[in-house]
Design a protein around this ligand. Sequence first.
Ligand SMILES: [Zn+2]
Length: 207
Amino acid sequence: MVNRLNSSYFVRPPAMVVSISVINHSFSSAKTWEVLRPRAPPQAFAKFIWFSGATPKPAFHMWVTNLNRLPTRSRLAAWEMQITPVCCICSSHPETRDHLMLSCFYAEVLWFKSRRRFRDTVPVFTNWPELVLWLSSSSPATPSHLRTMVIQALIYNIWKQRNNMLHNQALTPPLVTFREINRHIISSIYAWRKRKHFSNLMARWLI
Ligand SMILES: [Zn+2]
């Protein structure tokens, strides 16, 4: 506690903080926080994750997945935890992000079903950079918002099922999971239909 009180933040606040307080004649914790916190430059990938109409949980999960920070078994084993590195779902490949999200049999079913709903050819992704490349582009048939919504929903649900398998030894059939994903996408498009980027999405997601 003494060390904290003696830290430079408490004893010698940055001049900017002092000037804000002096100018406003009041202390604002929000403004002080803005001044004190380190702020990294915006990441190029951010606009494909945080957008108006994004669902918070899948969006946050996409951010973590893109950084490759998911606690997959391969990563945990690399930290010398005494666990098997094989995939929770198929038990036949190392459980890496790319395997779980792109090439595990469970993911393959969800990707296959999703590809058939787009009015465009969607490539088969063999690694994460390929997926990011596709996500970073857009076409009239598959606008960026639709790509982002579908990918976020897929990634989120695959991880949910992976955890279901890990903790409950249960796996929802992929076709049932796809029905849930489909419902989520349709209700999201409907909810935001009056917004510019969502107004024509329903016709581009084949029902
Ligand atoms: Zn697998």
